[in-house]
Structure formats: structure tokens, C-alpha cells
Ligand binder design. Structure first.
Ligand SMILES: Cc1ncc(C[n+]2csc(CCOP(=O)(O)OP(=O)(O)O)c2C)c(N)n1
Ligand SMILES: [Mg+2]
Length: 757
């Protein structure tokens, strides 16, 4: 299937620095070449007889390969001088330039870290761009790096539709699939795409990475989609060099594992041989574009110069094996094509090689003289953009009256005209309202469509807004969040639903490593706004189990840039959702909305039938500012209780008992926003408090309560008597025992008693 590799050159048996060896090998190989040169083909003629690649194409690809190679060589040299900070290279993978050549610069691409060749070639697609300088700036972590602003060495470019990736392997595949689906779906809901309608999404990854659960998830959902004859134009490019760091991929495994998968169309191409490989690469790209089917391109590559600069292969591999690998260097094959075709003489090849080296070093030296990130605020600038005025205006925007009337079925049925209702109904109404407001909003997850979710919170939405905007996904949280990123990349406003908080943890990396990091690693050039709804927390009666009652939000608290809100009542849920959508829309923020399951149906507060937890639907125009809490018992300062979620009605009930028992005036503060915590608001509410109680239904370690106490202590309020009522550091058991591990009203009262003592 693959063309022959160049004949092995005499191996250099000594020499520890394999980068130097590969460099010398190239020169010696070219100068020692004794084949016969043909009659140089014209630009539009095949570079070699029978090749799908023309002479112009070959020359450009060869140049791109050389740029990639010399960036690697430069990085190895300048790393030790502290001028470059990244040495995972592309050497041996330069043939991936063919994928860039065969595709368009508007095909969104999510790239493997060995994509130097791809990038250099894609740079050709737009005039006036310089792959050498741009890459050098990224290698040098220069502030002027146009991809990440000096935050990381990434392959990324805004004009070239390369969404930056760091090197968590496989994590980008679900969102590449999501982007492919979004390209198709956007058109169907009348949304104008930022790229041509027949674009495809490209992602590349290594052979070892193809085994990763996150990769398998993407292959599976792509096939699941195609099986149903739904379009999913994603091109999976597996760059198979036969190894992952030091672990060999079993011979033939990639072909065996992928060539027969139903609904994943398999193509193989020799990435070591431009003349032989290009036609196959082109066929794969065209197949994906034309059929809109998930396509798997198995690209043969090799890995020379080790996994990274720090990988001294000589220590764990035999010299014979190393030399054999080095003999498969695709640049040697390209040199042969250049010479054999008669396109270039030996001197011309060497001159081009050296001129490219000089250019890369000059760019790197230039990049080293540019400023680097020196201030924390500069590092963090793109992480969590927030324009309060514009967000407030957007949250309060109410210019969609006619769509609203249509969605609710007339004036009389508008939710603000209805009597007070409970949380689940008000969230449902808010979603209808927001779907009328944002035609680009999509809601999806497990069981959300016809059933309306496990708790019927999304009931009726699909009927009202159609199956293109409200739909069930397959059962895979990683896919749900990958889809969300894909839709967002294409300008839609996704609202993924995670069925239970426990299941967020299955797919946490899609938010932590991917969605929340995009603005950061792209220096604010790319954004993937979303509002992720999660049915959350404990206290359910009659519906037990750890996974249905997970009370830990620590994993969310820890994600930089994420916004997390948790309402405890219906009206707050409505105004909070408006603000979350506005944060996503205006500032591109990734948001989480935690819905306390146990409060969905809560109607009463103190006595059965009092309707104390029913609320009116806030009319459009009303919104809640980010960080704004709700205070019950304003002015009460004998005891101030900080809490959220289920803790709010529980604390309000306990407050009655405490007031009666101790004669205190008690203030209960619902923080509502859990990430970021509003430290200033917490301190303001604590000022003048005689006693403080923190009621946190999450776990003791690393929960919200710790954040509240830290805010208080750092605010200088250490002297005020303080107690914390908090969940235990344990998993949630079944049945009544579940209530032993989370705070109770009695514990709140007991804590107040301790404060009184
Ligand atoms: C999720 C994750 N696990 C582990 C790693 C560490 N790691 C980085 S690259 C790599 C090997 C990848 O091999 P392969 O997919 O074949 O790509 P190659 O480097 O060979 O191109 C590993 C284990 C990582 N980056 N991400
Ligand atoms: Mg590999």
C-alpha cells in the first residue's frame, strides 16, 4: 500500500544528538545522491510520472516541510539558550502539509502537536502571512505570538481557522466532531456560518492517541451519526509513526482497528512520500467534503529526533533501530523527488535547506528580542472577559416581543401573567423565553427532547422550537460537551444539559482542558460560549444513589474562567439564566447553571401549603448581575448565615427556630453565584455581624464553604465567632443514610447554639 522509503544511508553509529545527526544526514544524503535526474516538469505537470501532485505543488510542499524541519532544529538549539521553550517537534510528520494543501484555510482545524508542516502549508492560503515568524514567536513564548499571545506554544491562527490546542492528546476530537455537525446544522436553522457551507472540520492526532477514550468517543459518535444518514463532515487524520513516547503501537493496529469500522470511511496515505501520498490525501479530503461523512485518514509518518528535546532515545532504543528510523526521514524522500524529477539540482536543494535554516534562526532571534508576558494581569487578560454594562444590557434586552408571544401562545399565557410557580416550571418557562430571544440557541443532552429530561424541566421545548434546536444526543457526556464547543465555534449558542452532576465528572476535561481554556490559549481570538445546565446536588427523597445526589462542585470551582451559578428559587433561576446567556453572548463565557434537583418541585417553605417557595416569573427586562446575592432578613446581624442552593430554604427554616430560641435577628445570605465568589459582597454582608455561620451542602474539603471563610479571613474578619455546617468528605449512600452526610436544619440550629455558648 505504501511506497518504498529511501534506501537507508550509512548510519552514524556514535553521536548522541539525533537532531544534529538528522541534519547532517540530509546534507550528506543529497550530496551523495547518484540517481538520474529527469527532464524538469512544468509547474502544472505531475512531479513524477503517475503522481497526483504537480510540480508547483511539490515545490511548495517541500518548502513547507523544510520550514517545519528547521523550526524543530532551531528549537533544539535555542532551547538550551533559553530562547525557546518548547521542543515537541514535527520531524518525520512533515507530510501532514499535504492535508493542508488538499483542504481550505476555512476548514476549521484542530491539530496534533506535530503539525508544523500543515501550518506552514496552510499559511500559503492567505497572502502576506509568514509561517516562520509567527511560529518563531510562539516557540519563544513572545507576547507578540499571534496565536496565543505568548501563553503557550500552540498551532493556532485566527485568520487560518486553526483553533489552538495544547497537547492533551485526543481531547480535541469531540469538538472537531461538534464543529463538523455544527457546520451542517447551522444552515438548517438558518444561521449564517462564519465559514463556507461545504466546509469540513479537520483534526489530527497520533497513533497512540487513537486508543484514548476521548478519541474513541469521537469516532463512535461520528459513526453513530453517519449510521443514521446524518451528515458529519469530520476528517480524522491519524498520523501513525508507530509509537507514543516510548510505547510501540502494535504493527498494523491502526489499519486493523479502523479500516473496517462501519460508517467511518477509511483512507490510507503515505505521509513519507509527497509524490505517492498526495493523491490519497486529496481523495480523503474530497470524500469527506462531498459525502459529508466521517472520514478516517491513516497517514503514515515516522518520528525522528525523539518525542521531544528531552527524550534521549539513545538511552532506551538500540542505535540500529534509531538509524533505521532516521533513514525513513520524509525529507530524504522529498529530496529524491526534487532531484529525480529534475526540478532541483543538488545545490538548489542544499541552498533551499540552508536558506530556510537561516530564516528560522533569524526569526527566532528576532522573536527572542520581543517582549514576553511579565505581568500576571497580562497573562490572565483573555481568561475571563467581563463587560458588566454590556452584559446587563443584553440580559435585560426585551426586543423580541413578537417571538415571545408566539412561543407562549399569546398575551394571556405569558409566564409573568401566571400565578407564582415552583423552580422546575420557572426554569422551563425561562428556557422557552430564551429560545424565543436567541434563535441561535440549541439545547441538547440525554432524554431532553420528547421526555423533557428526567425532571421534565425541558418539556415542550422541542415541540415549540423544533428538533433542530432541541434534541437528544447519544449517551456520552464527552460528546455532549464536545458538541457544545463545536456549535459555539460556529457562532451558535449551545445549552448542553448534563443529566446529573456526577456525570459532569465523566467529561470534566471537555470544560476544564478545552472549553474554558480556549479564550486563554487563543489570546481572546476564539471563544466558545455556552450555558451548561446540570441537575445537581443532594436531598432528593425517594430517588437515591450517589450518582443522583452528588453534592461536590469542587471540580467546577477549580476551573479558571468558568462562571457557576446556582439558584435556589424560580425567579432567581430566570434572572440568572438571562445573565448567563448574556455572559455567553457578550463575553463568550463558558457558564454552568446548577439546578438543585431537590428544589425543583419545592412549593412550601415553613409549613405545608404555605407556598413560601413559589415565585412569580420576572418580566423581561429584569436580570441579576453576576455576583449579586439575595439577602433575607436585611439588617439582622446577631447571626449572618452564608449559604446557597438547598442551604437557603433550610437555613431560612432554621433561622426561625434560632430567632425564637436565642432572640437573635438572623440574616440569611444566598450567594447564588458560586464561581467566581463575590468576596466583596461576602465581606460587606459580614461587616457588623456578631456571629457567622456558613452552610455548605457540598463536601468539607475544597467546597464553597472554604472559599467563603477564606474571603472572610482575608477581609480581616477573623475575630467574629464562626461555625461551618458542611457535607462530610464521603460519597453519598443510598436511602435515609444519604441525609447523614449532608447538612440538616438540626445541625444549623446546633451550630447556632454553639455560637451562643
Ligand atoms: C490525556 C493525555 N495523556 C497523556 C499525555 C502524555 N503524552 C503526550 S504525547 C503522548 C504520546 C502520544 O503518542 P501518539 O498519539 O502516537 O502521538 P505522537 O507523539 O507519536 O505523534 C503521551 C502519552 C497527554 N499529553 N495527554
Ligand atoms: Mg505516535
Amino acid at each position: 500500500m505504501f511506497a518504498a522509503v529511501p534506501t537507508p544511508i550509512p548510519a552514524r553509529m556514535k553521536g548522541l544528538n539525533r537532531a544534529e545527526i538528522c541534519d547532517i544526514n540530509f546534507r550528506e544524503f543529497v550530496l551523495g545522491w547518484d540517481g538520474r535526474a529527469g527532464q524538469a516538469p512544468a509547474a502544472a505537470e505531475p512531479v513524477l510520472e503517475g503522481s497526483a501532485l504537480d510540480a508547483r505543488g511539490f515545490r511548495e510542499l517541500f518548502e513547507s516541510q523544510l520550514v517545519s524541519r528547521h523550526l524543530d532544529l532551531m528549537a533544539r538549539v535555542l532551547r538550551v539558550q533559553n530562547k525557546v521553550f518548547y521542543t515537541i517537534g514535527s520531524s518525520g510528520h512533515e507530510g501532514n502539509a499535504m492535508v493542508a494543501r488538499a483542504s481550505r484555510h476555512t476548514d476549521p482545524a484542530f491539530l496534533h502537536y506535530r503539525s508544523g508542516g500543515f501550518m506552514a502549508e496552510r499559511f500559503r492560503k492567505l497572502p502576506g502571512m509568514d509561517p516562520v515568524m509567527d511560529s518563531a514567536l510562539s516557540f519563544a513564548a513572545s507576547k507578540d505570538d499571534p496565536a496565543s499571545g505568548g501563553r503557550h506554544k500552540v498551532w493556532g491562527s485566527k485568520p487560518l481557522w486553526v483553533l489552538p490546542q495544547t497537547s492533551t492528546i485526543a481531547s480535541h476530537l469531540p469538538k472537531a466532531f461538534g464543529t463538523a455537525v455544527a457546520i451542517e446544522q447551522a444552515r438548517r436553522i438558518g444561521h449564517a456560518l462564519p465559514v463556507p457551507d461545504d466546509s469540513i472540520a479537520i483534526c489530527s492526532f497520533g497513533d497512540a492517541s487513537s486508543n484514548h477514550a476521548t478519541a474513541q468517543t469521537a469516532f463512535n459518535v461520528a459513526a453513530w451519526t453517519a449510521y443514521q444518514k446524518l451528515p458529519a463532515p469530520v476528517l480524522f487524520v491519524c498520523e501513525d509513526n508507530g509509537i507514543g513516547i516510548s510505547v510501540k503501537t502494535p504493527d498494523g493496529w491502526i489499519a486493523r482497528n479502523f479500516s473496517q469500522r462501519p460508517d467511518l470511511d477509511y483512507f490510507a496515505a503515505d505521509g513519507l512520500d509527497l509524490a505517492g501520498g498526495y493523491g490519497d490525501v486529496q481523495r480523503a479530503v474530497e470524500h469527506c467534503r462531498r459525502t459529508r461523512r466521517p472520514t478516517f485518514l491513516h497517514l503514515r509518518t515516522t518520528r525522528i529526533m525523539g518525542h521531544a528535546g528531552t527524550d534521549f532515545e539513545i538511552e532506551w532504543r538500540s542505535i540500529e533501530e534509531l538509524c533505521a528510523v532516521e533513514a525513513t526521514d520524509p525529507l530524504l524522500r522529498s529530496a529524491v523527488i526534487a532531484l529525480e524529477s529534475g526540478l532541483m539540482s543538488k545545490d538548489e536543494v542544499i541552498d533551499l535547506y540552508e536558506a530556510t535554516r537561516a530564516k528560522c534562526f533569524a526569526a527566532a532571534e528576532d522573536a527572542d528580542r520581543r517582549p514576553r508576558l511579565e505581568l500576571l494581569e497580562d497573562v490572565m487578560a483573555p481568561l475571563a472577559p467581563y463587560t458588566p454594562g454590556a452584559v446587563a444590557a443584553e440580559a435585560a434586552r426585551a426586543d423580541y416581543g413578537s417571538r415571545r408571544l408566539e412561543a407562549f401562545g399569546g398575551e394571556a399565557k405569558l409566564p409573568e401573567r401566571q400565578p407564582p410557580r415552583h423552580l422546575a416550571i420557572q426554569i422551563n418557562q425561562a428556557l422557552h423565553d430564551l429560545f424565543a430571544k436567541y434563535p441561535e440557541a440549541l439545547l441538547f443532552g440525554e432524554d431532553v427532547a420528547q421526555k423533557g429530561g428526567v425532571y421534565t424541566v425541558t418539556k415542550g421545548l422541542q415541540k415549540a422550537f423544533g428538533a433542530r434546536r432541541v434534541f437528544n444526543t447519544l449517551l456520552d457526556e464527552t460528546v455532549i460537551l464536545g458538541l457544545a464547543q463545536g456549535y459555539a465555534n460556529m457562532g451558535l449558542l449551545p445549552m448542553p444539559e448534563i443529566q446529573y452532576l456526577a456525570y459532569f465528572h465523566n467529561a470534566c476535561d471537555q470544560i476544564r482542558g478545552e472549553a474554558a481554556s480556549l479564550q486563554f490559549f487563543s489570546n481572546g481570538q476564539y471563544r466558545n460560549p455556552m450555558v451548561m445546565r446540570i441537575a445537581s446536588l443532594g436531598y432528593q427523597r425517594g430517588f437515591g444513589g450517589h450518582f443522583h445526589n452528588d453534592n461536590s462542585i469542587t471540580a467546577l470551582r477549580d476551573i479558571p474562567g468558568l462562571v457557576v451559578g446556582c439558584p435556589s428559587r424560580g425567579d432567581d433561576a430566570v434572572t440568572m439564566l438571562r445573565t448567563l446567556m448574556a455572559l455567553a453572548k457578550v463575553d463568550g463565557r463558558v457558564c454552568a447553571f446548577l439546578e438543585p434537583i431537590a428544589l425543583y418541585m419545592a412549593k412550601d417553605l415553613h409549613e405545608p401549603g404555605d407556598g413560601g417557595w413559589l415565585t412569580e416569573f420576572p418580566a423581561p427586562g429584569e436580570a441579576m448581575a453576576l455576583g449579586e446575592g439575595r439577602v433575607y432578613g436585611q439588617g439582622g446581624d446577631d447571626l449572618v448565615v452564608f449559604t446557597f442552593g438547598n442551604g437557603v430554604p433550610m437555613s431560612l427554616r432554621a433561622a426561625r427556630t434560632i430567632e425564637a430560641k436565642h432572640g437573635w435577628s438572623v440574616r440569611v445570605v444566598d450567594l447564588r453565584w458560586l464561581v467566581p465568589l463575590n468576596d466583596a459582597f461576602i465581606r460587606e454582608q459580614a461587616a457588623g455581624a456578631k456571629r457567622i455561620l456558613v452552610v455548605d451542602e457540598g463536601r468539607r474539603s475544597a467546597g464553597v464553604g472554604e472559599g467563603i471563610i477564606t474571603a472572610l479571613v482575608e477581609g480581616g474578619l477573623a475575630g467574629v465567632p464562626l461555625q461551618r455546617v458542611v457535607g462530610a468528605d464521603t460519597f453519598t449512600p443510598l436511602a435515609g443514610a444519604a441525609f447523614l452526610v449532608i447538612p440538616s436544619e438540626e445541625q444549623i440550629v446546633a451550630a447556632a447554639d454553639r455560637l451562643a455558648a
